[in-house]
Design a protein around this ligand. Structure first.
Ligand SMILES: Nc1nc2c(ncn2[C@@H]2O[C@H](COP(=O)(O)OP(=O)(O)OP(=O)(O)O)[C@@H](O)[C@H]2O)c(=O)[nH]1
Ligand SMILES: [Mg+2]
Length: 183
């Protein structure tokens, strides 16, 4: 089993990664490129699981070398679980990438990180509703304070591939009526 941490740049992926893996990490270049990434291991139900801090990307349609690497890393890990880290104060933007990854058939769990920032901006997200609409686990986190990380881990088992058709319908709805869970 492999876990990929994916999301936009600067959403807290690396802080999240460090919380999951601790000190035992390996930094490398993605083969044939100058793009750095970090991988490490965490223990899950007594097993060693590889965790990868994937370079930030806005979408699966890469616009630069780092994004190309992010997409390549996803494509070569077909059975991976993907923790999509989203900045809670920029939910809709982050969901676009999450939906693209879900459409590719990956088991996704959404970490709504920077919950503290969202709260400061008075942004309230109905996680339960979002979870219902998307069909994947949604957990609020504050990575820098180690809040919500263990909940994400405990809900990994609920991450399953979801029906692409349902997602398409939901996405169409989102454009018109904001069924993104924001209240
Ligand atoms: N307030 C707040 N800050 C956070 C949180 N998580 C991460 N940060 C901060 O956000 C900044 C970006 O965090 P990183 O972990 O480097 O983000 P990243 O997604 O790895 O960024 P890239 O590697 O550039 O794609 C850092 O200054 C973190 O300390 C959070 O939950 N709340
Ligand atoms: Mg990082």
């Amino acid at each position: 089993m492999k876990i990929l941490l994916m999301g936009h740049p600067n959403v807290g992926k690396s802080v999240f990664f460090n919380r999951l893996t601790g000190a035992n990490v390996i930094e490398s270049n993605y083969s044939g490129t100058t793009v750095d990434y970090t991988r490490g291991y965490m223990s899950l139900d007594g097993k060693e699981v590889e965790v990868v801090d994937v370079p930030g990307t806005f979408s699966l349609d890469p616009k630069d070398r780092a994004e190309e690497v992010a997409v390549a890393m996803l494509k070569e890990a077909k059975d991976a679980y993907v923790i999509c880290v989203i900045d809670s104060s920029k939910l809709e933007r982050g969901l676009y990438l999450a939906l693209q990854i879900m459409e590719e058939g990956y088991s996704v769990i959404i970490a709504l990180n920077m919950d503290d920032v969202a709260e400061d901006k008075n942004i309230k997200i109905d996680n339960q509703k979002l979870e219902q609409v998307l069909g994947v686990p949604v957990v609020s986190t504050i990575a820098i304070e180690n809040i919500g990380i263990s909940k994400v881990i405990s809900r990994l088992k609920d991450a399953k591939p979801v029906d692409v058709e349902d997602i398409t319908v939901m996405r169409a709805g989102m454009n018109h009526c904001g069924r993104c869970g924001r209240t």
